[in-house]
Design a protein around this ligand. Structure first.
Ligand code: MN
Length: 327
């Protein structure tokens, strides 16, 4: 029997019935994934529930300032004894059970907390709110319902989740609800100027070298409405960069005048190819990502396409060009 609701109180009730929780999020974690995990883990501890964060992939350099990050376990597989160690798995920001990239998670009861439209409601308790600007905002609501006073660390982590998912309150999910949550987090000790500087103005030099190489691949198609950039293994190696350093590169072509859709193709092996899609209001790239088994939001989506880089590029363009041209 599974429960489906939008009420963060249901997540709180389920958390309180657990004693030791495994907290995780999607592979290649972003600001909402990591900020929500850290905020959630601290909330759990405040409620007397032991929380351990386990992720498949390391954090991007821009998020290294998040307080408590060093306690996150990064591992290729779940610990061998996880079924005995934990009595609940908490999946944050995961539309599908496969997103954390860990086999066997379903051997634990699952609390699914997410805001993606296509969430598959795979948990015992599923709290999915498509109107939440970030999962971090849902965790904030849980803390407020629980009456747990926010620490400066929690406020910082949840604020980072909120500003990364709303693009510093610039995207269409920057609703009154997002600003209200931001105000409460700032009142609780989050420092917007310091967080913005850490997030956007502390790039390691290798990231900027990688940016230069990736931007040199820029192509404009469909009369300048579609922009594509590409990253392959050689570029990554030449810059001394890491796979997670490609986070956010897609936002550069998205900012070109006249561009309706921006695509970032990442081919680090012979295949498959990871595609990140960004669009301007009115154009739904999630629908295109879904054609390849991916998902996301209307204006920010991703998918994995089989084949070599030229093959994946062709397949994606065949799906995307009609959408761009009809806009
Ligand atoms: Mn999110």
């Amino acid at each position: 029997m599974s429960e489906v609701t939008r009420d963060p109180g249901a997540a709180l009730a389920r958390l309180k019935r657990a004693t030791r929780v495994l907290v995780t999020s999607h592979s290649a974690p972003d600001g909402d994934a990591l900020g929500s995990e850290l905020g959630f883990a601290e909330l759990a501890q405040a409620l007397g529930v032991k929380a351990t964060i386990v992720n498949h992939d390391p954090h991007p350099a821009s998020l290294a300032f998040l307080p408590g990050l060093e306690a996150i376990q990064v591992r290729a597989e779940l610990p061998p004894s996880f079924e005995r160690e934990f009595d609940l798995a908490v999946l944050l920001e995961c539309p599908g059970l496969d997103r954390p990239a860990f086999a066997g998670l379903d051997r634990l009861p699952i609390l699914n907390l997410d805001h993606h439209m296509e969430n598959a409601r795979y948990g015992e308790v599923n709290v999915v709110d498509e109107d939440a600007p970030a999962v971090g905002e849902m965790v904030l609501k849980m803390a407020e319902i629980a009456g747990v006073a926010l620490t400066g660390r929690m406020a910082t982590n949840l604020y980072a989740a909120l500003v990364t998912d709303t693009g510093d309150f610039r995207y269409s999910n920057a609703t009154p609800r997002a600003f209200e949550a931001g105000a409460r987090l700032v009142a609780a000790g989050a420092r917007p100027a310091e967080i913005a500087e850490a997030l956007w103005e502390q790039n390691p030099a290798r990231v900027v070298h990688l940016m230069a190489a990736v931007l040199s691949t820029l192509e404009l198609l469909a009369g300048g409405h579609l922009a594509i950039i590409t990253c392959d293994r050689a570029m990554l190696d030449a810059a001394g960069a890491h796979p997670e350093d490609t986070e956010n590169l897609v936002n550069i072509p998205r900012a070109i005048e006249g561009v309706r859709v921006a695509v970032f193709l990442k081919a680090l092996k012979d295949g498959p190819v990871r595609a990140s899609l960004r669009s301007r209001a009115g154009l739904d790239v999630q629908a295109v990502a879904r054609m390849f088994g991916g998902g996301g939001h209307r204006n920010a989506a991703g998918c994995t396409i089989p084949g070599t880089l030229p093959e994946a590029r062709r397949a994606l363009l065949d799906a995307l060009l009609p959408v761009v041209e009809s806009a």
